[in-house]
Design a binder for this molecule. Structure first.
Ligand code: SF4
Length: 93
């Protein structure tokens, strides 16, 4: 079973309107933006053709890696665990 197949069996309960990660892209430097597109194991940080950052919270594995990567920029990334009954549900099958 490859990584994509393993991730596909997890379930996500998205707390619509109350994301557990909120970005303030205008505060990021280029190196950190680049790092985010590479380090997220779920591939949730992407950039469009013009280089603009896009982020999709659905599918977050709650690993906290992005929080660590952006920690040196105060206020750039707000990260909290999802409220009870929301977030990822790992299924090891
Ligand atoms: S917590 Fe992990 S999975 Fe979720 S967005 Fe950040 S790096 Fe990606």
């Amino acid at each position: 079973m490859n990584v994509e197949q393993k991730l596909s069996v997890d379930k996500f309960a998205v707390d619509e309107g109350n994301p557990h990660i909120v970005l303030h892209p205008e505060k990021f430097d280029e190196a950190t933006l680049k790092a985010l597109t590479v380090i997220c194991p779920a591939g949730l940080y992407t950039r469009d053709e013009s280089g603009r950052m896009a982020f999709e919270v659905a599918g977050c594995l709650e690993c906290g890696t992005c929080r660590v990567v952006a920690a040196h920029i105060p206020g750039a990334l707000e990260w909290n665990y999802p409220r009870a009954s929301f977030g990822v549900q790992f299924r090891y099958g």
